[in-house]
Ligand binder design. Structure first.
Ligand SMILES: Nc1ncnc2c1ncn2[C@@H]1O[C@H](COP(=O)(O)OP(=O)(O)OP(=O)(O)O)[C@@H](O)[C@H]1O
Length: 376
């Protein structure tokens, strides 16, 4: 899939912007705080109906405005489709081909993105919550069913926690029956999520293993595991339900749900040892890179088209070997958007067939390398 053009209205520091993109490589150069990440964020936002750096949607609306709108013209193997996403205090309005979508879960997935930012380099070492978010976003953009299951799970998890708090101070038979009913729904959704996440990691690993082996010149064997805190003897809905009911006193005591996919994690191993604990910084970076590249291939397998790739200030963080590996893997097949403060850290071969833009205070100008070098 390719984004032909994008139009922003009142999005972050962009009052109004219309820009056509190169089908392969788009590079945005600018000093700090000019709007480079904001532009990538607008692409991420129109794809996933959320931001990658804030959970407060209102922050995306330009300070003096009431609403924002992002529009994109998409080209797929089978044709062209316009997408649009409006944001206001009332919420989000998402349209595909000018038709408003009743549910965001129906909308998400029309534009698939893989974002690679410096914080992703620490996916191996970061918090489990960060890794769960990674799984949820990737599974969600490939499956509407996953998104629906996840949102039902989040709802029941919240309700269950509220009930556990209530039960701690006010133990009544009626509330206990309510908890048992809730545990039944919780177990069903928990097992479904866990199974889907397991499957995702298995498939991701198939690609990541091969990519990592290449990046490490055949010297490292990568393995990724989904670690579920309800694994082992609790593999069915009924068994989990029984387990939750047997352990309800602990959950009531702690006033929170102690068991379920909201506490799961992923671990990364190289040649048998834990990369998060024992890997060098280089191995952790290679693991992150292999994982991102694997995501691209997995989306292609599931959706039938390559996603677009957003590289936010990350190329200069990769050494020549890793940068070359990344660029040769995506060349000519994945439309890519790169932000950087300095083009000199970027592998020269990609500049030949690319649009290069400069960004200054929310204004974009298409330039080319020769002009830019003359201006340097
Ligand atoms: N809602 C908003 N309305 C208007 N301006 C905003 C809004 N949110 C952020 N900004 C402005 O956007 C700018 C930051 O842009 P952005 O994060 O894209 O920087 P950047 O060009 O990627 O810089 P860096 O290289 O430092 O990451 C800041 O000047 C900030 O004040």
């Amino acid at each position: 899939m390719i984004i032909e053009s994008i139009k922003l209205q009142q999005f972050r520091n962009y009052e109004h912007l219309e820009v056509d993109f190169h089908p392969k490589m788009n590079i945005f150069i600018g000093q700090n705080a000019q709007g480079k990440t904001n532009l990538l964020e607008s692409i991420y936002h129109i794809a996933l109906a959320k931001s990658h750096r804030t959970s407060v949607d209102q922050e995306l609306i330009r300070w003096d405005a009431q609403q924002s709108k992002v529009e994109a013209k998409m080209t797929y193997q089978y044709g062209h489709i316009p997408l649009s996403l409006e944001l206001s205090a009332k919420g989000k309005k998402a349209k595909v081909n000018y038709l408003e979508q009743a549910k965001l879960s129906q909308y998400i997935g029309h534009l698939n993105v893989v974002l690679f930012a410096p914080e992703d380099l620490t996916i191996v070492k970061g918090s489990p919550a960060y890794r769960r978010r990674f799984i949820d976003i990737e599974c969600g953009q490939m499956s509407h069913i996953y998104l629906n299951t996840l949102s039902s799970f989040v709802r029941i998890h919240k309700q269950k926690n509220a009930l556990l708090k209530q039960l701690k101070y006010q133990s009544s038979e009626a509330l206990k029956i309510q908890l048992e009913v809730m545990n039944e729904q919780f177990s069903k959704l928990a097992i479904e999520l866990t199974e889907r996440r397991h499957l995702f990691i298995q498939k991701l690993l198939e690609y990541a293993k091969k990519i990592h082996c290449d990046i490490s010149n055949q010297s490292e064997q990568l393995s990724i595991k989904y670690v579920s805190n309800i694994d082992g003897h609790i593999e069915t809905e009924e068994a989990l339900n029984q387990f939750l009911n047997d352990h309800q006193h602990k959950e009531i005591e702690r006033q929170t749900s102690l068991y379920g996919p909201h506490r799961d994690d992923i671990t990364f191993h190289i040649n048998g040892y834990d990369v998060g604990k024992y890997g060098s910084q280089g191995q952790q970076r290679s693991t992150a890179l292999s994982t991102k590249l694997a995501e691209i291939e997995l989306i292609k397998e599931v959706v039938g088209e390559y996603p677009v790739l957003l590289l936010d200030d990350v190329l200069s963080e990769l050494d020549d070997h890793r940068q070359s590996h990344l660029l040769s893997s995506i060349q000519n097949k994945v439309q890519t958007f790169v932000t950087t403060t300095n083009i000199h850290g970027i592998n020269h071969s990609i500049l030949d067939d690319a649009n290069i833009y400069t960004i200054e205070a929310g204004q974009l100008a298409l330039t080319n390398e020769r002009e830019r070098e003359n201006n340097d």
